[in-house]
Write a new protein. Sequence first.
Length: 603
Amino acid sequence: MTVAVADGGIEVEHPDLEGSFYVDPPAVRSGQKALDPARDILAANLVVDRSVKDDKYNVLPRTDRGYKNLSHGTQVTGIIAARDNDIGVVGIAPEAKILPIRHVPEGSGPSRYFNDVDPGHPGDPILQQHEKDWASMLSVMRLDWGSQQRNLDDGFVPIPGYKIPFVMNNSWGNGWRPRVVEIDLPGNRKGYFLQPRVVGKGYQEFTGSQFYGSSRRAMELLDADDPLGTVIVFAAGNDGWNSETGEIPVFDRRLSGEGIHGYLDPYVINPIGYLEADAPQIARTGTPANLPPPMSAAFLGNKELEGWWLAVVATDKNNRIASFSNGCGEAARFCLAAPGVNILSTVSPRDGDYDNRYYETESGTSMAAPVVSGALAVLKSRFQNLTPRQAVDILLRTATDLGAPGTDPVYGRGLVNLERALQPIGQQNAASGTGRGVAASADTRIAFSSAFGNAAPSARHHFGGFDSYGRVYRYRAPLQDRVMPGPRLSGVLALNGAAGPVRMAGGDGTTALLRRSTTPESVIGDGTAVTLIGTRHRTGLAIASSRTSVALSPAALIPQGGEGQAGTPPTPVWQGLAPRARDVVSGETEWRLAPDLAPDFRA
C-alpha cells in the first residue's frame, strides 16, 4: 500500500525507515544510474535538489520550498510506516510504501504570513503560487509528471510495481495573514488576538476560491469512487481554536502593515497571556471557538471533495483534545480525532536539535494526521476493493465517540478506531459461487452427506462472506449434522408388523432406528421416535399427537409412594391440570468419548 507524504525533507537513511521508499538512497544521492534498475527508481523520479549543494539527504519531486530541517517529515513518515524490525518504533502501517513529496518550507518555523490577499481574487501571485504547488503535488502523486520533466536529468522512468497512493498525508497548512482584533481586558486595558482570516468570509466562500484551473483538474484524477483513487488527509492545525481546552494568545499591542509578521517572532513580541477559545471577549467579536484551517476544511467550498477529504484534530493520552489543537468546527462531519501529544517517532540525527538521536517525542496535529493516514493504509491493504469514499465512511462510522454525543464541533465523528474499522459492518451475507452475497451469515449452516463419513463433521469449517461494503471475511460455520441416507425398503416394510425399533438406515458408523406407537401412555406416546446412534453420540427425537402427562412430568416432581406410604402408586403431578398433552415434540442427545480416547482424557 502506498502513502504519499507531502511534507519537508525525509531522512531516507533512517534505520527504521529502511525499505519504506520506492528508492535506493545511495542511488538518489549520487544521481547516477545503478546496476540494478530497481535501485534507479527514485534517482529518476524523485531527485536530489542539485540547486542546493549541501542538500544531500532530501528526497523530492520538484515541489520543494526548503531544505534546512529533515525531522518533521521524518517523524510523520515514521508514524505511518516505521518498519516492524525489532528496533525503535513501529508505524501504524509498517508494510506501507512511502512516496515523499517535499513541499513544506523547513527550518525553525514560518517567519512570514502569506501576503494580505483576498482568496476571491485568483489572479493574486500568492494564490497563483498556492495553485501551482498544489497542482504539482497531485501531478507527482499520480505520476503525471508533466512540467516536472525538465528537472529530471535522466528523463521519466516508470516505477516497477508502483501503485498510486491510496492516501496523501498533509501535516501542513497555509499561513494566511490573520486580522488583529482588539478586545477589552480587566483593568480597562486593551488586548489583541489574531483572528483567522476565514472568519470574515466564511468557510464556503474562502475554501471555494482556493482551487481553480490546473489544481481542480488534477483533483479530478483522484477519483473518490474508484479503488485506485486517493484519500486526502489534513492536519487541523495548532492554533488552539477549540472550545474544550483551547488557549488563544493575547498581545498588548497591535502590529500592522508588514510589521504583522512580528507576531511570529518572539524577539519582537510575546503574548501577555491566554484566553480560552470560547471566552466571552472573543465570542463577542463573532469568532467561533472551533476553527480548523481552510485547507483541512476545503470540502466545505468544494462539494466534490466531500467524503474523501478528512481533517484530523489531536488528542492526549486521556482522549481529550490538546490545548494547542484546533477543533473540527464546520468540518465536523468529515473530521476525526487521533493521538497527537508526546508521540514517539523517527527523527533525523543530522538536525541540530536531534544530534546523534534517531527518535524523539513531538506533539501537534501534524502527529495526529499520520495516525489516520496509517489506519487508512491498513484498511486498504486488508480490503483492496474499497474506494476512497468507502474507506473514509468506514473510519467515520466506526470512530469512538468523544465529547458531546454524536458528531460535535470539537471531536467531529470521534477518535479513530482501526480495530473496529476492520470488523464487519452492516448486513453480513454468505458468498455464493458467483461471488455474490446470498443468505445472511447468521442463518448459514454447513451439512454433509454420509459420503464424507465422520471426517467432515469432526473438522473445523469456515465459509466466506461479505459485509455491507463488499469486504470479504471468513466465518466459523455452525455445523449441522450430516444428512443420513434414505431409508431402506426392508425397513419401511418392517414397520407394518414390528413392535420394537426398526433399523431404517446405517453406514459410516451411524445407525438410524425408528419406532412407532399408538399408545399415549408409552414412552413415545401416540407417535413416532427416531434415534441416531453414532460412535460418540446418541440423539433421539420423538413426535407424538398425544401423550399422557405422567410421561411428560419431570421425574423430580413425581412423588415416589403417594403420601409417603410405601407401596402407594406414584401420583402424576400434572394429572389434575392436563391428563393428556397434544402435539408433543421431545428430544435428547447423549455424547461420550470414544473408548480409545478415554484413557488419555482421564490422564
